[in-house]
Design a protein around this ligand. Structure first.
Ligand code: 4AD
Ligand code: MG
Length: 437
């Protein structure tokens, strides 16, 4: 295949190359047409000079936005260009001249852009966000692979809930059976951790979230590590190492994208500089109550409640670093949490709250060890015991203290990119009111 990619052009200065791609934008002035060509790896300005070839000049001028083309030309150093080069065009082959591309350089509303998501992902900003996503995913995999975790993916069709029955998607399975789309692979991870010591799952999970917030998708990707012979502090240590690993990788490899996104990278660089604070739930409640007393929070917070988005933002603002909140009241948590030995009303769970208002990006903790206790929990949460028998086997045969967490990839990407809403961090988002395209 005779094709040079735009991100390699700097190594070809002075050479004749063939570029294949799509027309991002055009501009002409007098005897010149400037084609902004994109090929997925970058955008380069291709210059067509009328006196060189009038016919070529006319066809270049006739091209619509997003036309597919093959361009031949000579690579020229250009210090004004962000990629350091441009192309002097000597030949142009039109594969398809596109007309009336719906997304023009003018401003469009979000709903319109979301309806055209299949095309919108070609634009600079979306391209940057999804490139960062790629790097976050790759870094995440590398982190676990390099730290002795075995990838053991978990099923999407499941017989029962993991994270509470209110957000379950039900689907018809054969012969009047019902299945549920998984909310988390955790229960299965507990089985694979007992097989491998350290395991992780990484895949899509589903939540019938009736909330229309900037942090919620109905289908999102979660990475979930699980460790045998591990406890709550191990969860926080692992989560902190993972986040720092990701931040460093994104800073190393995605500077250009962060620039396109106008991300304040000093905020990300600061993450690497210090330890993440760890705050007991009691302490977090105190912070919220003080915030309310100072008039900095609209609502007072009662011990025992779950944090809302403004609460999470307020807590994280006090630290300017990602902060772990741990030891939540068990009543607001899922059935499987281990309890604090001295204060059994507390669950040995920890959430990591990202700075800058990005909210909870990691949730996890230590799993209940005791068979009787778990049986009672399953009953108390109105879960069908027969579907959990296999899970209870993990307590019957070689039970050990074990722990793990889940990190939502989209929330992590939104934070890295500094963008408002998680819907732009996945190629085709699924939301309460969106199933298309
Ligand atoms: O806190 P969650 O619900 O934890 C679990 O599911 C555990 N079973 C994970 C485990 O311990 N293995 O979800 C974990 C993370 C959250 O911190 C958040 O980042 C993300 O998943 N998340 C969502 N992301 C996008 N849209 C939603 N609706 C999300 N719900 C949770
Ligand atoms: Mg959570």
């Amino acid at each position: 295949m005779n094709q040079t990619y735009i991100n390699e052009l700097k190594n070809h200065i002075g050479e004749e190359v063939t570029l294949k791609g799509w027309l991002y934008n055009t501009r002409s002035s007098g005897k010149l047409v400037f084609l902004q060509l994109r090929d997925g790896t970058g955008i380069v300005q291709c210059v067509v000079f009328k006196p060189n070839d009038e016919q070529l000049f006319e066809s270049a001028k006739s091209l619509g936005q997003e036309s597919s083309i093959i361009v031949n030309g000579k690579v020229k150093e250009d210090t004004r260009s962000s990629i350091g080069v441009e192309l002097d065009v000597t030949g142009l082959e039109i594969i398809q001249n596109a007309t009336e591309y719906p997304i023009t350089p003018k401003e469009h509303g979000t709903e319109f852009l979301m309806d055209n998501r299949h095309l919108w992902i070609r634009s600079k900003k979306q391209h940057a966000v999804l490139s960062v996503r790629h790097t976050v995913v790759k870094a995440t995999r590398d982190f676990f692979d390099e730290n002795g975790f075995i990838l053991a993916d978990t099923p999407i069709f499941t017989p029962a809930a993991c994270e509470g029955t209110t957000t379950l998607f039900e689907v018809d399975y054969f012969d009047d059976d019902k299945a549920y789309l998984t909310q988390s692979g955790q229960l299965y991870n507990e089985a694979t951790a007992a097989a491998f010591g350290k395991s992780y799952a990484f895949g899509p999970v589903f939540r019938a979230e009736k909330s229309k917030t900037r942090r919620h998708l109905t289908e999102f990707w979660m990475v979930e590590p699980e460790m045998a012979f591990a406890q709550l502090p191990d969860v926080m240590n692992l989560g902190e190492s993972l986040i720092k690993f990701i931040v460093k990788r994104v800073l190393d490899e995605r500077r250009n994208e962060l620039t396109v996104l106008e991300r304040d990278v000093t905020k990300l660089e600061a993450i690497l500089e210090s330890d993440f604070p760890r705050v007991h739930y009691d302490e977090a409640v105190k912070i919220l109550k003080e915030g309310f007393a100072k008039g900095e929070l609209e609502n007072d917070f009662e011990w025992g409640g779950d944090f809302g988005a403004p609460d999470e933002t307020y807590i994280s603002k006090q630290f300017d670093q990602p902060v772990f909140v741990h030891h939540f009241p068990a009543v607001i948590k899922a059935f499987y949490f281990e309890r604090d030995a001295e204060r059994p009303e507390l669950a040995l769970g920890a959430d990591l709250l990202a700075p800058e208002g990005y909210g909870e990006i990691i949730g996890g903790g230590e799993r209940a060890f005791d068979l009787d206790f778990l049986e009672k929990q399953i009953e108390a949460h109105n879960l069908p015991k027969e579907s959990f028998e296999w899970y209870l086997d993990l307590r019957r045969f070689g039970a050990v203290p074990h722990a793990g967490f889940g990190m939502g990839i989209e929330r992590c990407v939104a934070w890295m990119c500094g963008i408002e809403h998680v819907r732009e961090t996945i190629p085709f988002p699924r939301l309460l009111t969106r199933l298309n395209p």
